[in-house]
Ligand binder design. Sequence first.
Ligand SMILES: *Cc1c(COP(=O)(O)O)cnc(C)c1O
Length: 465
Amino acid sequence: MRYISTRGNAPALNFEEAVLTGLAPDGGLYVPETLPQFSREEIAAMAGQPYAEIAFRVMKPFVGGEIDDDTLRGLIDDSYATFKHDAVVPLKQLSHNHWLMELFHGPTLAFKDVALQLLGRLLDHFLKKRGEKGVIMGATSGDTGSAAIEGCRHCDNLDIFILHPYQRVSAVQRRQMTTVLADNVHNIAIEGNFDDAQAIVKTSFADQGFLNGTRLIAVNSINWARIMAQIVYYFASGVALGAPHREVSFTVPSANFGNLFAGYTASRMGLPVKQFVIATNANDILHRTLTDNDFSKRELAATLAPSMDIVVSSNFERLLFDAYDRDGDRVRALLECFQQEPTALADAPLATLREKFGSHRVDDDTILEVIREAFARTGELLDPHTATGYRAAEVARSDDTTPMITLATAHPAKFEDAVVRAGFEGAALPESMSDLMDREERYDVLPANARDVQRFVAEHRVASS
Ligand SMILES: *Cc1c(COP(=O)(O)O)cnc(C)c1O
């Protein structure tokens, strides 16, 4: 399997190189040159299989023989053994044809665990094989950092440095990162905001001299392995509800669009999907693009669904690449223009997208209303991200007979603020985490200055060769 850039101007890579590389040198994102195809029979045969088995069948063609089957199965089994539910991503029925897929049973209670549990293990495997060590650096305002730390805490060949804005993440989110006391896990609280932390990470990737040749690795959602791991649960839930013998639809609380792009990829691989509904909060670039062809940046709004607070949806570029018939030059031109000024999609690609995608924006007041309403109608306490999906599924679905699967992206205990503001007493953390608030924490506070952070990274990494 070869991976090519969405901007058409970077060398093609194999799977291992694509996973280790992240962003393509031309600024594009890697996508498979051709997608594996699953026949109706192969999809039908997934029904009733354990999640890890479906994961193996779906991901194997993307790995393209670069990892032997036994090893790949081992990485998958270990990744999903960390989930606290035997079904890994259980489905719950909400109404006669609306279902919730709970993606939050992993170690940090959000869907990012599904991908990051596997990505950490994949990176460690490839580095070990090469006899190399690696350093992960990332900035987080919440979910990604903790999921990345949990995915890497057992890796021998990796150090992970996660920067979070000092005193600006919730206690639960901070503690999910800072109570992981493994030697190769380093939490840095930056005296600044999230943008300052992200700028330091960007500077460090642009000039990696401070690492003396050790590889710096990004685990953000543009890494192809994250998309790949997320494709699996679209197949798993689809066959559970009758695919390929009937179509299913999905609603996805969206930000960087990695989750939804995985679903779209599943449909391109043969899963019969009637419709995808994009749910956004007030940061609605995806909704504006689809409804008004307004592909432009707006100022960031801080909402009750903070993991969806974005200005740009980075993985949308992968969808545009297909919508523009995989013409990397046109994608590059469009995105360069987008960086400078408000822009719009060409008619034909926009029309293609509108055939398969619906969208809906849910503001903060509505999020609170939906949390109350969903509880009254179903007994389910939704987290604020999932609440956007619940409402979008009802408003924007194209028909009432196709089963709709809304992706529950986080556990309500992780975003207790919104739950309390909706009028509930709160949501209990699951048993495995009930002592989170009493655990020992470890982190360092550093000024918002790239040089200080880089010196800290160079001095503190333990997995050095
Ligand atoms: C990251 C995240 C999202 C957004 O997912 P994307 O793949 O960026 O679209 C939604 N909900 C929660 C809880 C998240 O952590």
